[in-house]
Design a binder for this molecule. Sequence first.
Ligand code: PBG
Length: 326
Amino acid sequence: MAYPDSRPRRLRTTNAMRRLVAQTTLEPRHLVLPMFVREGAEEPRPVPSMPGVVQHTMESLRKAVVEAVEAGVGGLMLFAIPEHKDAIGSRGTDADGPLNAAIREVVAEVGDATVVMADLCLDEFTDHGHCGVLAADGTVDNDATLDRYAQMALAQAEAGVHVVGPSGMMDGQVRAVRRALDGAGHTDVAILAYATKYASAFYGPFRDAVESSLSGDRLTYQQDPANALEALRETALDVDEGADMVMVKPAMSYLDVVARVRDLVDVPVAAYQVSGEYSMIEAAAAQGWIDRDRAVIEALTSIRRAGADIVLTYWAVDAAHQLRRR
Ligand code: PBG
C-alpha cells in the first residue's frame, strides 16, 4: 500500500500518539554515572575540557553519590587519581589507595541503593600511563599485567564493590579477574567487561580528567576503529571467560557495533558515551549552536535504540532529572 492510502504521519499527530508508539525507552535506571575522585584534593576541581564534571574530594563525592541515587541512576562507575604514580601502579592495589578508599566510602554511604562499580585498570596509577605493566623492552606485558589486575580485583572486592570493570584490553583479563575473585570467595562480585574498546580520539578529555601520564598511544591493546568482526570475537571471548555484562566503547561512532554485539550475546550490553562525546555537545551548546538538553536525550536514546541495555554517561544525573520533568 502506498500514498495516498498509506500515511505514516497519522502516528505522529499528537504527543499522546507519539508516546503510544515510541519503541525505545530511556529511564534513569538505564544510566550509569562515571565519577572521578582525586587523592588529597581539598576542593572539587573542575575538569576544564568537560564543563560540569569535577574531580571530587572524598566529601564532595559522598554528596554527589547521594544526589545520583536520589535521581534514580542505575549505577556509578568510580575512577581515581592518585597523588603518586609508579611503574606498577601500586596505588591501584593498595587497600588505602584512592580508588579502594572511594569504594569503601561510597558503599558505606549508599549501600545497595545503587550499583557501585569501579574501573579496573592501571593507567591512572602508572607513571608511564599505560594500562598495564611494561616489559624490559618497553612494551606492555600482557601476562604480568593479569597478575596486577587479579590483585586489583581483590582489593576492590574487599572494599565492597558490586561490579568491577576491567578496561585495560589485555587478553585473558576477564578470566584472571574471575578466578581471583572466586578463589577468595567473592563469587557475588560481577564483571562488566570492556569487551570492545577502541583506540579512540574521543577519550581526549578523559585523559585530562584523570591527569593521564601517557605519552604514546594504546594501539597495541585497544582496537582498530576499522574493525567490527574483531569486536564480536573479543565479546565472545569475554563472555566465555565469565563476563556478566559486556561493554562497547565509545558509543556514538560505534552504534553498528553495539547493535551487532546485542545480537550476539545473551548478557546485558552496556555502551560508554565517552568524554569526547560529552564535551563536543557541551561545547556546541555553550556556543549556542545546539539545544543541549534535546541533544543529550537524543544521543542517549540513539544508544539505547542501537541495543544498549545500559549507558555510561557523564549526563546520567542531568538526564535523569530531564526525564523526570517529562
Ligand atoms: C582506561 C579508561 C579510559 C576511559 C575509561 N577507562 C581511557 C583510555 O583508554 O585512555 C575513557 C573514558 C572516557 O573518555 O570518557 N582506564
